[in-house]
Each structure stands twice: as structure tokens, then as C-alpha cells.
Design a protein around this ligand. Sequence first.
Ligand code: SAM
Length: 308
Amino acid sequence: MGKSSKDKRDVYYRLAKEEGWRARSAFKLLQINEDYNIFEGVKKVVDLCAAPGSWSQVLSRKLRGDNEDTNNVKIVAVDLQAMAPIPGVIQIQGDITKTSTADEIIGHFEGEQADLVVCDGAPDVTGLHDIDEYIQAQLLLAALNITTHVLKSGGTFVAKIFRGKDVSLLYSQLKIFFPNVSVFKPRSSRNSSIEAFVVCSGYSPPDGYTPNMSNPLLDHKYDLDYNNLTGPNRVIVPFLACGDLSGFDSDKTYPLQLPGRDYEYHAPTQSPIDPPYKEACQLRKTDKLAKPEKQIKTSSDTDNNTYI
Ligand code: SAM
């Protein structure tokens, strides 16, 4: 959280300090809940990309509150960065794109499932929009991968998303797992930012889907594993190669005279109307395109007049 005068003029920055939140992002989760009621009946949550911890604070206050019986409440928070402790929050320091981190999260649930997974993951932005959007999408997909391992049927997934030009591909991927996918821009999220949050409810993976942490970008065994996948775990788009050995090979060049086919010149069916090389053709026809002879001074030159 910054300390510049611009920060001080940001009302959510000031409010966060007044209310004891570690970051102004707390209001984003609170406002998502105001509109979507995502905390209703929730006891077990995973907070991905959680540092410095304002979302975990919100979860801790909302789910545990003053409740004496907090035994049933489980909040697991994960981030690359270390985080100061928060009451009732189990912390894991790790990379959410790594299988080992996913395994650690799953381990904390001891066979039980989460009601809600939230992810406020953002890369260190480079300023190169295409790259930032791509990395953010990869974080979201890593979060979705983990979610498929821990979320109960009917559960909810909330994640930050950058509304870049390819965002509809992500929406389609989310729709495979959730019947309800909507995008929400909380009041506390700056209008100048392309960030928004997907709120996906009613988790229901395709029949026969088996959660699988393989990521082709990170896991070099992916090709091997992928070949073993079956049913809805592997989508194969048909590839049809046309032709057979008796046809022409489009990568080969052939002599003008082919057996049984005399070569005859045919003018182009339609010549280009105004080709960019028209002027060069004209110049060549009138012999005006010849390169000037190189002027090389010989060793016998004395007066700069003799050239070859
Ligand atoms: N929700 C947090 C809060 O309210 O305090 C703020 C999250 S901050 C916007 C984004 C976080 O994503 C950073 O703390 C960063 O370390 C984390 N992050 C980025 N890539 C990550 C990764 N691959 N694995 C785990 N955390 C990651």
C-alpha cells in the first residue's frame, strides 16, 4: 500500500486504514459479497494469491466473526509472499502454478471439500498489455485447476480477471465448469484498471472429468500424460489431411513438361490492377533500371578520371 498524497486522496485507501484492513482490496471482496452473497453457508474457503491478506481478513471476520464454535471453519491462504498471521487462517507460501502447492492445499482439506475458492492473483505488471493479460490468464487457469481439485459440487469460484481482447476464451473455459458465470466490477476497483472479477457458481464439471494438474506451459511431461487422457478429459479436434500419393505434392517443383501434358503458357486470368512493382517493370522495359556501374578507383589512377 503506498504512502503518496494520491493514495491519501483515495477514499478506499483511507477507509481500509480506518477499518483495519491490510489493503484497499478488502472492499472488492466485501462488495462482491454484497451483490452475490458468496459467503452464505460457507465454512471452508481457499484464498489464492492472498498477500498481504486483506481478503483473508474479510474471510476470517465474516466466517468466524465472534463465533465461539469456529471448529468447522477452515480458511487456507496461499501466496508467493510470506504473510503476517491472521486468526484462523492457515497459510501456505507457494506458487499456485506448481503441483506441489496444489497438493499442499488439497492436503489441508483432508478429503473434505471447499465451499468457496477466491483468487485475487495478479502478476507484477510489465506495462506490455498483451503479456500482462496473458500471465494474468495463466494465473486464473492455475487457480481454476486447483479449484477443480478442492471445490465441492455446487461451490463458488471468484477470481480476478483482466478484461483484455481475448477474455471471451476464458469465459468459455469457465462455462465448461460452472453454469453461472458473471463478471463484476466493484465500485472500489479503479475505472482506469482493466481488472474485474468473475463470479462462477454451481460448480459442476463435465461428466467423467478427472481433475488434472498438468499444465502444458509448466509441465514437460504434459504430452505424455495428455496421451493417456480419455473421455471429457481430452478434447480432440478432427484433423483431415486431403489428397493421396497419386496427387501433386504442393511442396515440390515439377518440370514444365510433365508426362502426357504439354506445357503451354497461359496469361494470368486477371492481371493485378495497379501493382506496386508497375513502375519498376516500366523502367526495366525502357532499360532505365540498370544499376550504375561501380566506380572503383584503380591503383594507376592519378587524376580521378579513370574508372572501370
Ligand atoms: N487479495 C490480496 C489482499 O487482499 O491482500 C491482494 C492480492 S495482490 C493484488 C496479488 C498477489 O498475487 C500478490 O501478493 C502476489 O504475490 C500473488 N501472486 C502472483 N503470482 C502468484 C503465484 N504464481 N502464486 C501465488 N501467488 C501469486
